[in-house]
Design a binder for this molecule. Structure first.
Ligand code: ZN
Length: 230
């Protein structure tokens, strides 16, 4: 039976990750019969807003199959307008009860942003947009005295959760109504494990504790990431 609450959806993802870590994946919903069964419609139980890193394939690390996960990936899991719109589609039209922001250790996008801040050398082309979108997380990390890359990654994951809630009234309303929760998780490349980093507490059935909509969060419009200290 498909998970229908945020808590059930999160438990399903965590169970799949445990199978993946242990090396005993079931590869559910990947057979021809299921492929045909879901051809007429999709009801994914989780949205994954993940980094594009090639080692972070959502269906593999959560041991899921076709129709299970609605996946949106960008380098550094930045959440600009098209990402917000994609998530809004999943939670409103498809009724998906859980949104997971998925980052990982040694994230190249976060490292690139930190390098830009340190050297003042602006990356070429549209890569600048990625680096700029990580800028607010770098500043928050500096304010908290966090300078190691994985510590910054955790802060950036939490920041992305805030971006989803703060910049999308649609997502915030779904969360406030208890139909959806937004959590941040970090993946360890070598171990294959995910751990929840935002919020610290597991979502409740009502999800009210995990999703207090706040003011708009700056993202993707930072004109000067090179000014970030640290
Ligand atoms: Zn990454």
């Amino acid at each position: 039976m498909a998970p229908i609450t945020p808590t059930q959806a999160l438990a399903e993802l965590q169970a799949g990750n445990r199978r993946f870590v242990a090396g005993v994946p079931r590869h559910p919903n990947q057979d021809a019969g299921h492929r045909a069964a879901v051809a007429d419609g999709q009801h994914p139980f989780a949205v994954i807003v993940g980094c594009s890193d090639s080692r972070l394939a959502a269906e593999i690390i959560f041991d899921r199959g076709l129709g299970d996960l609605f996946v949106v990936r960008t380098a550094g899991h930045t959440a600009g307008p098209e990402v917000l719109g994609s998530v809004e589609y999943a939670v409103t039209v498809l009724g998906t009860p859980l949104v997971v922001v998925l980052g990982h250790d040694s994230c190249g996008a976060v490292q690139a942003a930190r390098d830009t801040a340190r050297t003042g050398t602006q990356p070429p082309g549209h890569l600048y947009s990625v680096v700029a979108a990580v800028g607010p997380s770098l500043r928050r990390a500096a304010q908290q005295g966090v300078h190691d890359i994985d510590g910054i990654v955790d802060i950036h994951i939490a920041q992305t959760v805030e971006v989803l809630l703060g910049n999308s009234p649609v997502i915030a309303a779904e969360v406030a109504a208890g139909r959806c929760a937004v959590v941040g998780m970090s993946y360890r490349l070598a171990a294959g494990e995910v751990r929840q980093v935002a919020p610290a507490e597991e979502p409740t059935a009502q999800a009210s504790a995990v999703a207090v909509p706040g003011p708009a969060v700056p993202t993707g419009v930072d004109p000067a990431p090179a000014a970030v200290p640290g």
